[in-house]
Design a protein around this ligand. Structure first.
Ligand SMILES: Cc1cc2nc3c(=O)[nH]c(=O)nc-3n(C[C@H](O)[C@H](O)[C@H](O)COP(=O)(O)O)c2cc1C
Length: 416
C-alpha cells in the first residue's frame, strides 16, 4: 500500500512533496503556516485577502486608520462610491507581507499566494493588477488565482519580468471554467503551471451554486484529466476539497492527480491564524452544524459552522475602513441588506441582518467560521484534554500525517 510520500509533484524544474496547504483568508493561512509547509518540502499559501488590514496587525502599518480618516465624512452615507484604496498602499502591503514571508523561508518547498478575484476593492481591475504584480515583484514563488474566472489575470501580469518564471495556476470547479480560462489566455502562449480542481466539500467560497451537493470531486477531476490528455496538454492537476487522510490523497494521486490541496485539517494547527478559542469551536462542531449559505456578499455560496457569530449580525457597513468587497460602483450586497433592515426597524438599537453578512468585518475579527465539510471530524485527529478542550496540533504533525499515513489511519499527536 502506498503513501503520499511515494509520489512527488513536479512543477518545471522543481520537485516537492505533493501536499499543498490551500490559501485561507483573512490571514488564516498565515506566513507561519505556509513557512512550515515549505520547510517540510511541500507548498504553503499565504493569502492576499485584506492585506492592508493584515499588515496593520502584523507589521504595524496604519493603512486602515489612514483610510478611515480620509473617508470619515462618508461613514453615514449610503453611497460608498468615493471610498477608494490607495494603490500605492495596496502595493506596499503586498510587498511587505510577501517579502517578509519569503525572507523567512527555509527548506525545499515553495510559497505561493492565493489571490481572489472577488476581492473587488471598488476598482476590480486596478487593484487586482497591483496585487498580482506586487506579489511577483516581492519574490513570491507562485500565484494561485481563486474565487473568480480570472479571464484577464494573466494579461495583467504579462509584462512582469517574472511572468514566465513564477508558477501560476488557477482554481476551477468545472471543466467549463478551465476551458474558458485556457481559451482566454491562449494568445499569451503561457499555460498555467498547475490547475487546482476544487470540489464541493471545500472550505471558504464554493465554485458551485446551492446545488453543490450534486457534484463530486472525483467526477470533475476525471473529466479534467481526460480533457487535458485529449488536448495533449501537460498541466499538473491538484485535487482539493474533502481530502481528509493520507489515504484519500493517495486515491487521487493514483488516479492521475499530481498533488492535493488541503486546508481544513490545518485549521486546528498552532501556526494557523484562527485564535485558539475559535479553534475549539471547530473541534466541537458537529456534522449538523456544517452549513452552506448565501450570506457572503460575493454571490458565491460559502460553507461555515452554523453557530458563526457573523450569521445574523447587523454591524454598520465598515467600508471606509475596509471596503474590500465593494464592486466597481461602490456597491455591496451587505450594504443593501443592512439598509433594508434599517429602514424596516428605524428605532432598533441593534439590528439583525440575516441574509447577508459584512464579510470584511467578520473575517477580520475571525467571527465568520468558514470551514470544510469535514470539520466535524477534526475531533478525531487529536486528544481531548481533562477540561474538555481539545489539544491543538502542530502543522508538522498534520503535514506528516498526510505524507506518511496509510490505510485511512490518522496519527494522534503526542499527549501534552
Ligand atoms: C477556513 C478556510 C478558509 C478558506 N479561505 C479560502 C480563501 O480565502 N481563498 C481560497 O481560494 N480558498 C479558501 N479556502 C479553500 C482552501 O484553500 C482549500 O482549497 C479547501 O478548503 C480544501 O479542502 P479541505 O478544506 O476539505 O481540505 C478556505 C478553506 C478553509 C477551511
Amino acid at each position: 500500500m502506498k503513501c503520499v510520500d511515494d509520489f512527488r509533484l513536479r512543477l518545471g524544474q522543481r520537485e516537492v512533496v505533493p501536499v499543498i496547504i490551500g490559501g485561507m483568508g483573512v490571514d488564516i493561512s498565515t506566513a507561519e503556516l505556509a513557512l512550515e509547509a515549505a520547510r517540510l518540502g511541500g507548498i504553503g499559501h499565504i493569502s492576499d485577502a485584506m492585506l492592508p488590514t493584515v499588515t496593520d496587525r502584523r507589521y504595524k502599518t496604519k493603512f486602515v486608520s489612514d483610510k478611515q480618516k480620509q473617508y470619515k465624512l462618508n461613514i453615514k452615507q449610503v453611497d460608498k462610491s468615493i471610498v477608494q484604496f490607495d494603490l500605492g498602499q495596496v502595493a506596499e502591503a503586498t510587498r511587505l507581507h510577501v517579502s517578509k514571508t519569503m525572507e523567512a523561508k527555509r527548506g525545499e518547498g515553495m510559497i505561493f499566494v492565493n489571490c481572489m478575484e472577488k476581492l473587488t476593492m471598488n476598482a476590480p481591475r486596478e487593484t487586482l493588477r497591483v496585487r498580482l504584480n506586487g506579489a511577483l515583484d516581492a519574490g513570491i514563488e507562485g500565484i494561485t488565482l481563486s474565487a473568480g474566472l480570472h479571464l484577464g489575470s494573466f494579461e495583467m501580469m504579462k509584462d512582469n519580468p517574472r511572468f514566465r518564471d513564477a508558477k501560476l495556476g488557477i482554481i476551477v470547479s468545472s471543466l467549463r471554467a478551465l476551458i474558458l480560462f485556457l481559451r482566454k489566455t491562449a494568445r499569451l502562449e503561457r499555460l498555467p503551471d498547475f490547475v487546482v480542481v476544487e470540489g464541493p466539500l471545500a472550505g471558504g467560497h464554493l465554485g458551485f451554486g446551492m446545488d453543490w451537493a450534486q457534484y463530486d470531486l472525483h467526477t470533475i477531476v476525471a473529466e479534467i484529466i481526460a480533457y487535458l490528455k485529449a488536448e495533449h496538454l501537460t498541466i499538473p492537476v491538484i485535487a482539493a476539497g474533502g481530502i481528509f487522510t493520507g489515504t484519500d490523497a493517495v486515491d487521487f494521486l493514483e488516479k492521475g492527480c499530481a498533488g492535493v490541496q488541503v486546508a481544513t485539517r490545518f485549521t486546528v494547527a498552532a501556526e494557523c491564524g484562527i485564535p485558539e478559542k475559535v479553534q475549539q469551536e471547530y473541534y466541537r462542531a458537529t456534522e449538523e452544524q456544517m452549513e452552506v449559505n448565501t450570506t457572503s456578499p460575493t454571490g458565491y455560496p460559502m460553507r461555515m459552522i452554523s453557530t458563526s457569530p457573523s450569521i445574523g449580525a447587523g454591524v454598520r457597513p465598515n467600508c471606509e475602513a475596509y471596503g474590500y468587497l465593494l464592486d466597481g460602483n461602490g456597491g455591496c450586497a451587505y450594504i443593501d441588506a443592512y439598509n433594508r433592515v434599517l429602514a424596516e426597524n428605524p428605532e432598533a438599537k441593534k439590528l439583525s441582518v440575516m441574509d447577508k453578512t459584512c464579510l470584511c468585518t467578520h473575517m477580520r475579527n475571525y467571527d465568520c467560521w468558514t470551514c470544510g465539510q469535514y470539520t466535524y471530524r477534526l475531533k478525531d485527529t487529536t486528544h481531548r484534554n481533562a477540561d474538555g478542550t481539545y489539544q491543538i496540533l502542530s502543522a508538522e504533525h498534520i503535514f506528516h500525517d498526510y505524507q506518511y499515513s496509510k490505510d485511512n489511519q490518522i496519527a494522534l499527536p503526542q499527549l501534552k
